[in-house]
Design a protein around this ligand. Structure first.
Ligand code: FEO
Length: 160
């Protein structure tokens, strides 16, 4: 059974969202490079690469199932934040948003009665739990230690 048109289009929306996420994290990497926080920049570059992997995963699956993946233009991403903590607050908020998008995509797969796609999307559902948790862990350090946490966070994130 091929992907329905509705599901193929929904995949394309997610592909766009994941590409936007990759650019967002790359922009955050630039912000941290400018600020001399190379550990944070390294973490963001890895994050950007991971988002591109998600793009490829979605495209490969869509092709395999007879969908019509489209590589669309993507909107500009922010480039300025008030502070390093504000960047990670944005990461957390953004990942919660992506989790909601994945849930919506799963809803379409359920509505289209496509069990193979539901199985495929379970990986993304679990991945989002990890993504939210890693952002929240970093934020927790800021919340407990304030700006004093930055040195240690930068050091830790450089080891990713
Ligand atoms: Fe691909 Fe961070 O969600």
């Amino acid at each position: 059974m091929e992907l329905t048109r509705k599901l193929s289009d929904a995949f394309n929306e997610q592909i766009k969202a994941e590409m936007w996420s990759s650019n967002l994290y790359l922009s955050m990497a630039v912000y941290f490079m400018d600020a001399g926080l190379d550990g944070c920049a390294h973490w963001m570059k890895k994050q950007a690469a991971e988002e591109l992997e998600h793009v490829h995963r979605l495209i490969d699956y869509s092709v395999k199932r007879g969908g019509k993946p489209v590589v669309s233009p993507i909107d500009a991403v922010p480039a300025v934040w008030d502070s390093p903590q504000a960047v990670f607050e944005h990461v957390y908020k953004h990942e919660c948003h992506v989790s909601a998008l994945i849930d919506q995509l799963m809803d379409v797969a359920v509505a289209e009665n496509d069990k193979a796609t539901q199985e495929f999307l379970r990986w993304f559902v679990s991945e989002q739990v990890e993504e939210e948790e890693s952002a929240r862990d970093i934020l927790d350090k800021f919340n407990v230690f304030g700006v004093h946490a930055l040195y240690a966070i930068n050091h830790d994130l450089g080891k990713r």
